[in-house]
Design a protein around this ligand. Structure first.
Ligand code: ZN
Length: 168
C-alpha cells in the first residue's frame, strides 16, 4: 500500500482489527520512509459496478471517490467518522443490490442526498446544491467557501416578474 504522504510503497501494517459489525477490517499502517501513519479498510465487494456519467462516459465505480465527495460535504461537521463509513457502506450495498452492473451517476447522487439528509442537514444542502448546479470540483470548493463565509444566497432575479410596489 502506497504511503499517502510521501508516495513510498515501503509501508507496514502495525495493527489489524475488525469493525464492530465485522464487515470490514481496519489496518493501521506506518510508512518506513517518512514515518507517516494512515489507515486502510478491507471489505467485501459483491459486484463490479460501472458508473454511467451524464455524458454517457463509463467508468469503474470507485468507493473512495464516493467517500471523498461525502467528506467534502461533511467538512467540519460534527459527524462521527464511523457513521460516515457506515453511510457510505450502506450506499454501496444498495447500489450492489439494485441488480444492475451499470449505475447512472444520478442514481448515486440521489442515494447520497437521501443518506446525507438523514445524517446532517448542512452537508445535505451542500451536496444538493453542488449536485444540482455544478459539475466541477472547483465549483464545489467555491460553493463551500461561500457557505463558510455567509449563508445568504438570494441571487435569483426573475426579470419577467416586476414587483411594482410603488410606495412613495
Ligand atoms: Zn511515507
Amino acid at each position: 500500500m502506497r504511503c499517502p504522504y510521501c508516495g513510498s510503497t515501503n509501508t507496514q501494517v502495525k495493527d489489524s482489527r475488525p469493525s464492530e459489525d465485522h464487515t470490514t477490517i481496519r489496518r493501521r499502517r506506518v510508512c518506513a520512509d517518512c514515518g507517516g501513519r494512515f489507515t486502510t479498510f478491507e471489505r467485501v465487494q459483491l459486484r463490479e459496478l460501472t458508473v454511467i456519467k451524464r455524458s454517457g462516459r463509463r467508468m469503474p465505480f470507485d468507493r473512495d471517490k464516493l467517500m471523498r465527495s461525502v467528506q467534502i460535504a461533511l467538512r467540519k461537521r460534527p459527524v462521527d467518522p464511523e457513521r460516515i463509513e457506515r453511510m457510505v457502506s450502506g450506499i454501496v450495498r444498495r447500489l450492489e443490490n439494485m441488480g444492475e452492473n451499470d449505475i447512472k451517476s444520478e442514481t448515486i447522487g440521489k442515494l447520497v442526498m437521501e443518506a446525507l439528509k438523514a445524517l446532517d442537514d448542512v452537508a445535505y444542502v451542500r451536496f444538493a446544491s453542488v449536485y444540482k448546479n455544478f459539475r466541477e470540483a472547483k465549483d464545489f470548493e467555491a460553493l463551500l467557501g461561500e457557505l463558510a463565509a455567509t449563508d445568504n444566497d438570494d441571487e435569483e432575479s426573475s426579470p419577467g416578474k416586476a414587483a411594482a410596489s410603488a410606495d412613495d
